[in-house]
Ligand binder design. Structure first.
Ligand code: AHR
Length: 676
């Protein structure tokens, strides 16, 4: 595609000229390739925060499907139409199974035009005209109901009560049985509800009331919301860290994430409360639970579907150290270690093994080829270093090829981090880690000033996993400013990717109006989704990851540099000097291209002289992908989801030295095809 008008003024390449008044000189030495870039460098971190799983990526449309919320009728309402009469109650006698102890009892005295319940989903159910929805329920009934040939009508209604479609389940019995039906929606609605009505008098028990769109990601049953999963696929993530985060630790030990509770029949997965019920900031959500419908099988399957390496994180016998601080005594750690070993067997074991057979029974006899595992989330202190080696030794003894990720606590500087480093130094000669997981949520300025954080990293130590990071701008907004600070920082991750093997932004998802933490990568409601500017930064880095890094020298010219720092509107009163531009370069041999990534986080456009040493000829046309907007304050919204989104450009290049203007507040990725 030829030059797009919007950017034409900023993308001016004057090949062969030697510009005297440029702001910077960028010299790339293509004749001296450096280290290979880690193929795992850019990935995703998923946690069930901000309704990321239930009410989000997990496509279940019914909230509180098993009546296990503390408020058992949460998201439900009673329906009695015409002269209908009866009672609704919650019972625990002879439940569906012990892991799912509560169920709904409908005692119908007069069914008339319909007696039953309505489920309002997660603030409404979004349905589309012409699409199918799979209804299912576990039910049983007494002799009065069955003797009267009673049935259950499952009806989708819009917010005015207009029916959109329905199905019927009949032949209920005295024992629990699963019933299924398909409802085709006759119209599109965002505030629909699912109504389940009994057609006869008598007693009917219901549990696991469920409604799924037929169209899920890859059309899998018990699957994922297609639009949200597609956003992940489009990032081209190298790995997917799961399930947390603080979720792994739990507020206390009983609340911790237990993977064995998350596989198999959804009716047998015990519901856990979500520790993000009590948000640190923003909104609390007392009825926020984890059904674990998006469990470990669905997780491995998603990894496979989007080509990402799985990186499960496991509890290491420690609950959140900011909250309950509960610890499993060392002598009682065995079941936790066994959980780790069993998870590896579940992922990779032959079908003749116990857990390999469980995987096969779930429909995936082939192994998932797990290579990485994390022990603990944000753990620190001696207590962690007492527990971690027990896991390390057991895992390496049985699975020497599995690479282990160690937590590095919640921060990356200050006394806590120094204490962690001391503990680590004492410890590492005995039991090294393969990767160390560092987390940083800092202002944009920190990211700019720390783009060289890993330049002097000890290459002999464990590899770095920048496992959770995000620039927190004023008001914790998903601004372009924050995204560009992350991009500038990420040029340092690529440059040092012999030391930094992996990285992921956090958190991933946020549901508008129901989130506990901001900023986030992807925002959605029940029917819509958009990527933040940070989403596009992550996507562009992943899609333009070179195979080999090339040396880059960036010099200030024309008096920009320290003075340039003052021009950045994100800096505090005492900023550290910044380079005139942030840049990293590399080679993509498969495409036969050089990739130059340049971040200009400053408020004025900057012209640079770009010199490509060691390349004789390029194709005459270069491609540039540019992420920018009129203001660094700009964000994406449901109304303007691509206000800040990448735009493609081409420009003419006739030689290895050219000038190029990098727009104010921009990330630019230039691809130059080599003709040699
Ligand atoms: O990403 C949100 C939280 O930040 C994670 O759960 C935790 O690991 C970190 O403190």
């Amino acid at each position: 595609m030829k030059t797009i008008a919007l950017l034409a003024t900023t993308l001016v390449a004057t090949a062969g000229l030697y510009a005297a008044d440029v702001a910077a000189r960028i010299t790339v030495d293509a004749s001296a390739p450096g280290h290979a870039v880690s193929p795992l460098l850019h990935g995703i971190f998923f946690e069930d925060i901000n309704y990321g799983a239930d009410g989000g990526l997990y496509a279940e449309l019914v909230q509180n499907r098993s009546f296990e919320h503390a408020e058992h009728f949460y998201a439900y309402g009673k329906v009695a139409r015409g002269e209908a009469a009866g009672e609704l109650g919650i019972e625990t006698v002879e439940p569906l199974n012990a892991k799912n102890p509560h169920y709904l009892r409908m005692t119908v005295r007069n069914p008339d035009k319909g007696f039953g319940i309505a489920n309002y989903g997660y603030g409404g159910i979004a349905v589309k005209a012409g699409e199918n929805y799979f209804f299912s329920v576990r039910a049983r009934a007494d002799a009065a109901f069955t003797g009267a040939n009673g049935a259950l009508r499952a009806i989708l209604e819009d917010e005015t009560g207009r029916p959109l479609g329905e199905c019927t389940c009949d032949r209920l019995e005295a024992d629990w049985k699963k019933f299924e039906g398909t409802i085709k929606s006759g119209a599109t609605a965002t505030q629909a509800r699912l109504v389940v009505l009994a057609t006869a008098a008598g007693r009917v028990d219901l549990d696991v009331v469920s409604l799924f769109p037929e169209h899920t990601f890859k059309n899998r049953r018990n699957g994922l919301r297609a639009d949200l999963a597609q956003m992940l696929a489009e990032m081209h993530p190298a790995f997917l860290r799961f399930p947390g985060g603080c979720i792994v630790e739990g507020m206390d030990l009983p609340n911790r994430y237990q993977w064995k509770d998350t596989i198999g029949d959804i009716a047998e997965r015990p519901q856990n409360w979500n520790r993000w019920q009590d948000a640190i900031r923003n909104q609390t959500a007392p009825q926020y639970y984890q059904t674990d419908g998006l469990g470990f099988f669905e997780y491995f399957q998603l990894c496979e579907d989007i080509g990402a390496e799985p990186l499960p994180i496991l509890n290491c016998g420690m609950a959140c150290q900011f909250q309950s601080k509960q610890l499993v005594p060392l002598a009682q750690l065995d079941p936790f270690v066994q959980d780790a070993l069993d998870l590896i067997e579940f992922a990779n074991g032959e079908v003749s093994t116990n857990w390999g057979a469980r995987r096969a029974a779930l429909g995936h006899p082939a192994p998932f080829n797990l290579k990485l595992i994390g022990v603990g989330n944000e753990q620190w202190g001696e207590q962690y270093f007492e527990r971690y080696p027990i896991f390390y030794k057991a895992i390496k003894a049985k699975y020497p090829d599995i690479r282990i990720v160690t937590g590095a606590g919640p921060g990356v500087d200050g006394p806590e981090f120094d204490r962690w480093k001391l503990a680590w130094d004492k410890f590492k000669s005995g039991t090294p880690a393969d990767l160390v997981d560092e987390h940083y949520y800092r202002p944009p300025q920190w990211f700019l000033e720390n783009a060289g954080r890993y330049d002097a990293q000890d290459r002999a130590g464990p590899k770095i996993f920048a496992g959770e990071f995000a620039a927190h701008d004023r008001g914790r907004r998903n601004s372009l400013r924050a995204a560009l600070a992350e991009a500038a920082f990420m040029t340092g991750l690529v440059r040092n990717s012999d030391a930094v093997a992996m990285s992921s932004y956090a958190p991933l998802f946020a549901k508008a109006g129901a989130y506990q933490w901001a900023p986030d990568l992807i925002w959605f409601d029940n029917a819509r989704v958009y990527g933040s500017p940070s989403y596009y930064v992550q996507m562009l880095f992943a899609r333009n990851r070179p195979d080999v890094v090339l040396p880059v020298a960036i010099e200030s010219a024309g008096g920009v540099g320290a003075a340039g720092a003052a021009a950045a509107d994100i800096l505090s009163t005492a900023p550290k000097p910044l380079p005139p531009l942030f840049a990293v370069a590399g080679r993509d041999p498969r495409a036969g291209e050089l990739i130059l990534t340049v971040v200009n986080p400053f408020t004025e456009a900057r012209e640079a002289e770009v010199a490509m040493r060691g390349v004789v000829r390029f194709a005459p046309e270069a491609r540039a992908t540019v992420l920018t907007s009129a203001s660094a304050d700009d964000e994406n919204t449901f109304e303007a989801p691509r206000k800040v989104a990448p735009r493609e450009e081409t420009f003419a290049v006739s030689g290895p030295v050219f000038t190029h203007t990098f727009a104010a507040n921009s990330l630019t990725i230039i691809r130059l095809k080599i003709r040699e």
